[in-house]
Write a protein that binds this ligand. Structure first.
Ligand SMILES: [Zn+2]
Length: 456
């Protein structure tokens, strides 16, 4: 199948160029200029931007959390993803204690069958010992070259010493480890204190883990990585204080990768006071307008590497478990469909980013670091034909009811987006046409190379 996209604003790595793009089978055959070659289908992209397929670096589909499981599995979550322009998700496969890394990998391979976008896995580790370390070459062989550890959650939490060892070991393999940065001891003490005072509503979730709780975690990660001589990757950065610490680490020569999320750019702490405030219970929590502004300015300055959603959805019934105790509410929200339209509306229309930077933030830099470039993250001859045709002039409001996710709520309910993904090509096939998913279930496993450490 040869698809010819005509009259597009092609979003290249350093400029936008008006021209055509031709695919041939699974790859891009030709980019730029006027192309009239023989083809099977022509798509007129007049007035639209054509991007390399977007990559969501942070999803949790089909994840068991306590006694419940996320509302979205891979089938529903990836439908929402691809309609929003995301052609690859990197989900967190999770090694529970007592499980091998290979068992976790196979478990996630099974979960991800019938996905509607391409998918790869980071491996979240809950143990670091000789047996698990011995499996890391196997992970790399299977295309898993990024890992994650948590400073929080009793079933996952590991020590700073382990984090130091892991960063050091994985750096030698050109693999990277992302860290959920928060001070667990202090936030637990504050939860206890708030509950004892009868402060159990949703807003106290944010009170229990203020900015400094994240900043402390970021600081410990930066110091561990400094001493280990390896890269630091902060997942879901949400605070100006955490940002300042990461900035200082870069100033002393460290290799630091920063991920933030749409929720920290457009939602704020006061939303916990809404009747459905529980839907905003996620960690890190929503912050202030000052934090949003600091993150947006950092994006504008190229300091934020990519935006992931941290999609981890729960229905209002699941959230209601915590109605008398915020600390029992399952953490997370739905967002996988809305990342590009929110970044476009808030950051591009808001004057912080240009279109080229949007492509870098949503696709190219993630492809580079996570071992996918130039197969993905680039509009180049020979790259995979994962392509988004994005309509910058398509005002609409986000509603849970019209999102394809399997969740009865959206943290972005009512958000007025200015543009949206119109058509999406996945592995050379047109899977989304005029905003409708026309070919579900076409996603494939993405075997990743070692990390392309572009800040080394
Ligand atoms: Zn997460």
């Amino acid at each position: 199948m040869r698809i010819l996209i005509k009259n597009a604003f092609l979003v290249l790595e350093d400029r936008v160029e008006l021209g055509d793009l031709l695919t041939d089978g699974r790859t891009i055959a030709q980019v730029g200029g006027v192309i009239d070659g023989p083809c099977d289908k022509v798509i007129d992209a007049k007035g639209c931007y054509v991007f390399p397929g977007f990559i969501d670096t942070h999803t949790h589909f089909d994840l068991e959390v306590g006694s419940t499981v996320t509302a979205d599995n891979f089938v529903t979550g990836t439908k929402a993803a691809v309609v929003g322009g995301t052609t690859t998700v990197l989900d967190f496969a999770t090694q529970e204690r007592g499980m091998t890394l290979m068992e976790a990998f196979h478990k996630w391979e099974n979960k991800a069958k019938n996905s509607s976008c391409n998918y790869g896995f980071h491996m979240a580790m809950s143990e670091w010992n000789d047996a698990r370390i011995a499996e890391i070459p196997l992970m790399i062989e299977n295309g898993v070259t990024s890992f994650k550890m948590y400073m929080v959650y009793d079933n996952m939490r590991l020590s700073d010493g382990v984090m130091y060892e892991a960063i050091k070991y994985l750096a030698k393999e050109d693999c990277i480890i992302g860290i959920h940065c928060e001070n667990d001891d202090i936030l637990k003490a504050r939860v206890k204190e708030l509950k004892a005072a009868g402060k159990t509503g949703s807003r106290y979730h944010a009170v229990s883990r203020p900015n400094i709780v994240e900043a402390d975690g970021v600081g410990r990660l930066m110091d561990a990585a400094y001493l280990a001589g390896g890269p630091a990757w902060v997942v879901h950065l949400s605070t100006k204080e955490g940002l300042a610490i990461a900035r200082r680490a870069r100033e002393r020569g460290q290799e630091v990768y920063l991920e933030s999320c749409p929720q920290y750019l457009v939602l704020e702490e006061s939303m916990y006071d809404a009747p459905d405030g529980a839907k905003f219970i996620m960690s890190p929590p929503l912050r202030s307008k000052d934090d949003q502004e600091a993150l947006l300015k950092a994006m504008a300055a190229g300091e934020i590497d990519w935006i992931g959603t941290d999609h981890c959805s729960f229905t209002m019934a699941q959230k209601a478990v915590g109605k008398d105790d915020f600390s029992k509410t399952p953490n997370g929200g739905a967002g996988v469909q809305n990342r590009a339209e929110i970044v476009y509306t808030r950051a591009v229309k808001g004057g912080y980013l240009d279109i080229v930077e949007m492509g870098q933030l949503l696709s190219t830099r993630a492809a580079k670091l996570f071992g996918l470039y130039p197969r993905k993250g680039a509009l180049q001859a020979g790259s995979d034909a994962d392509i988004v045709i994005f309509d910058p002039d398509a005002p609409h409001a986000i509603h849970a009811a019209t999102n394809l996710h399997n969740c009865d709520n959206s943290p972005y309910e009512g958000y007025e987006a200015a543009g949206k993904a119109r058509d999406v090509l996945l592995n050379g096939q047109l899977v989304v046409e005029n905003g409708q998913l026309v070919a579900p279930g076409k996603g494939e496993y993405v075997h990743r190379d070692r990390c392309g450490r572009y800040r080394k």
